[in-house]
Design a protein. Structure first.
Length: 753
């Protein structure tokens, strides 16, 4: 195949023009019958096709022209059918210019008019009524019941409709999601070429034509070379063109007539396949020569097709029900797994096979702003991050998103199409942009088209860009389709949606449990704070008394005490002093949760310098301490509490670096992050094992023996409590023998402090 070469100066055809063509108001009918529009009250003729016999013209009455039709029309008006569309009334014989002619009469109503259509009936020896077709219909129903697949159903309906109509070829044609049609079954006599398994582009049947197929299930063109018969006058009494959507004689677009001739067919008929009120496909009939099919035979075909459509619907619903049951069992297992874990993520990660089975996917990932967990065959983490950011930025973000052609929506995804041409995504949290994604790999396949789908029409060399001609070639045109996966089925998408609801239910339940626990903890904390405050406050005086009286005993009665006695007194003084210090720290710790915050903006360098001078007073003169204090800027905090934070951190740094020949203590500020000011205190002391980092900020938690380094184990707990009351965070990093770094953050004000 070669592409057409075209100059940029040549006007290009508007290939969407067919989509806008008003084919339902063409103003003409086919010549194998005639049309009248009637006033339903008086039965006066409002319009008539130009081939209407005798005096049938606008202004005449039906009683004066065709009196035998009057009772037929009256019965129709007295008991109109429930369904829209043209309905066969009966076959009547009309005397036209002394010649008797049988007509099949059909009627429907539109825009306040009765549209009466008389189609010439076949010869009397042709009996295509439903009574004659009853044995065939019974056999047809029986064959449908035992058919094993939808393709088998299609083959049966194609065979039976060709038997009823006598067409050379009958195709059963199914639409896909993009409205391309694929021929699933064919029955023919060999006169016309086979189109089995070929695909036809959506442009062959424009949008408004598909709408007509949905509204009017039957359409026939007995002779593709017919001359249209105009309707006179062209406008209804309401002053607008007559809507022929439900007409059995409606003339077709000139483009469609030419399409038929290009296909080599002299006659065609189509029956719409409606499954669950949606256009599923068509039964398309073709004949090499002009070919008439009686109205009743066409109605029989419609009846056959409706039975077929019910079977298709039942098969598809049954298949979907089986799939829903299977996926429902997987989803139930996952729900149990998630409920057993503290985090739903753990429940999914521990059962990867079920996660993949839920959507019949090759890979999956649970991705949040901070973490990415991969399951099965997936794109690399940076590529998953790309998808996460793309999904988060979509303005039309839905709870569930699916596509079988990801690279068509996100061109960058072409780089990993072999792993993720198909994407199914559920949003777990929109606030924190969390998703569960499933992936399907690319399935490269060859599609056989009935002609080149890229060039659906050619411009008219004489008529300019506004006149279109349909394509002329229907030879097999093969295309290799890449960048697409197998499509996600409805049950698979629903299973993902149900999993999302389960996850949200678990998260909500955990949130409620945590809220209840938090409320209980707050109450307990208040009681503990009150208790610790009361106990520590009441214990301060006894411990001071013990220290005071022990010192008096040591100083005044020293001469009367033995060496061992003096040792006992020193031990009492040391223990009571340590206990008093512990009580003071406990009192301070309890006050941290009781005192209100009085925030002001202060100079951090001035505060650190003041605390540094104070802590250095207790440092032995022979120690060498090198201080490295950077530019700390200003902070918005309670100055009293912030002083305690700095005191604890600097005291710790001095204490745990005292064995170094030169202690190096650095105080600095990092660039702001996420609206927080980040400060740190670093030393080159003994450090700690990161395996125990979670113990550092707990009350009475120590990583070193008290014999090595004095302390009560409350200082860092105070630091965390103060910082968290300000809305900040604390964390630490260290290595044994190499020092430690303690970080804390404070929220920034709008002015950056």
């Amino acid at each position: 195949m070669t592409s057409d070469q075209r100059s940029d100066a040549t006007p290009r055809p508007d290939l969407t023009a067919c989509d806008r063509e008003p084919i339902h108001i063409v103003g003409s009918v086919q010549p194998h019958g005639f049309l009248l529009t009637l006033d339903p009250a008086s039965l006066a003729i409002a319009q008539a096709s130009a081939n209407a016999p005798g005096t049938a013209a606008a202004g005449a009455t039906l009683d004066a022209v065709f009196p035998t039709l009057v009772p037929v029309v009256r019965r129709y008006l007295d008991a109109p059918p429930d369904e829209d569309g043209a309905h066969y009334l009966r076959t009547v014989t009309l005397d036209v210019a002394g010649v008797s002619q049988a007509y099949e009469v059909a009627a429907h109503q539109v825009d306040g008019l009765v549209v009466l259509e008389m189609e010439e009936a076949p010869d009397a020896d042709v009996d295509a009524g439903l009574d004659a077709l009853t044995p065939r219909l019974r056999a047809f129903v029986q064959r449908l019941r035992v058919a094993r697949s939808v393709e088998d159903l299609c083959a049966i309906v194609a065979e039976d409709i060709r038997h009823v109509t006598g067409f050379d070829r009958v195709l059963v044609y199914r639409f896909d999601r993009d409205w391309h049609g694929t021929v699933l079954a064919e029955d023919g006599n060999g006169v016309l070429p086979s189109y089995l398994d070929l695909r036809f582009p959506a442009s062959d049947i424009p949008v408004q034509a598909r709408e007509l197929y949905r509204r009017n299930r039957l359409r026939i063109i007995p002779d593709a070379g017919y001359e249209p018969v105009p309707i006179r006058p062209s406008l209804t009494p309401a002053g607008k063109p007559l809507d022929l959507s439900q007409s059995v004689l409606r003339s077709v677009s000139p483009v469609h007539g030419e399409y038929m001739r290009n296909m080599g067919t002299g006659a065609s008929m189509s029956v719409s396949i409606m499954v669950d009120d949606a256009l599923w496909g068509l039964v398309s009939c073709h004949n090499r020569q002009p070919h008439r099919v009686p109205l009743q035979a066409r109605n029989a075909c419609d009846f056959l097709t409706q039975i077929f459509a019910l079977q298709v619907s039942a098969r598809e619903r049954g298949a979907q029900a089986e799939q829903r049951l299977a996926l429902g069992a997987v989803q139930a297992r996952l729900l149990g797994f998630m409920a057993e874990e503290d985090s739903f993520v753990d429940g999914l990660l521990k059962h990867p096979d079920d996660v993949l089975a839920l959507a019949n996917a090759a890979g999956a990932t649970i991705v949040t702003k901070d973490r990415c967990r991969l399951i099965g065959t997936t794109p690399a983490e940076p590529e998953v991050r790309l998808l996460h950011d793309w999904l988060s930025a979509r303005t039309d973000e839905a709870e569930v998103f699916s596509t079988e052609a990801l690279s068509e929506l996100l061109p960058d995804a072409e780089a990993f199409a072999d792993k993720a041409s198909g994407l199914l995504a559920i949003s777990v949290s929109k606030k924190y942009a969390s998703y569960i994604l499933w992936f399907r790999p690319e399935v490269v396949r060859t599609v056989k088209w009935g002609g080149n789908p890229v060039k659906p029409a050619q411009p008219d060399p004489e008529g300019g860009p506004d006149r279109l001609h349909p394509r002329k070639s229907f030879e097999i045109w093969k295309e290799t389709v890449k960048g697409r996966s197998l499509p996600w089925s409805g049950p698979e998408v629903d299973a993902a949606k149900d999993l999302r609801n389960s996850v949200l239910g678990i998260v909500l339940r955990r949130a409620e449990e945590l809220a209840a626990m938090s409320e209980e903890l707050q109450r307990s904390n208040r009681e503990l704070e009150a208790f610790s405050y009361s106990v520590s406050h009441d214990l301060r005086a006894p411990f001071r008394h013990i220290v005071g009286y022990s010192n008096l005993l040591k100083n005044r009665e020293a001469a009367n005490l033995s060496e061992k006695g003096r040792h006992y007194v020193d031990t009492i003084i040391e223990a009571a002093f340590s206990a008093g210090t512990l009580v003071d720290n406990l009192l301070s710790f309890s006050q941290m949760g009781r005192n209100s915050l009085n925030r002001v903006t202060g100079d951090m360098n001035a505060l650190v310098e003041e605390v540094r001078r104070k802590t250095m007073r207790d440092v032995a003169p022979e120690r060498t301490v090198r201080w490295e204090v950077g530019s700390l800027g200003r902070a918005y905090a309670d100055p009293f509490m912030l002083r305690l934070v700095i005191e604890n951190l600097l005291s710790n740094a001095l204490k745990y670096s005292r064995d170094r020949s030169e202690a190096v203590i650095e105080v600095g500020r990092l660039p702001p992050k996420d609206g927080e000011a980040v400060f740190f205190v670093r030393d080159n002391g003994v450090g700690f094992d990161m395996a125990y980092v979670d113990k550092l900020f707990g009350v009475f938690q120590r990583l070193h023996r008290v014999e090595e380094f004095e302390g009560t184990g409350i200082g860092l707990a105070n630091v965390r409590r103060i910082v968290e009351r300000h809305g900040g965070r604390t964390w630490a990093e260290g290595r044994l023998g190499e020092g430690a770094t303690f970080h804390f953050t404070l929220p920034l004000r709008e002015d950056g402090h």
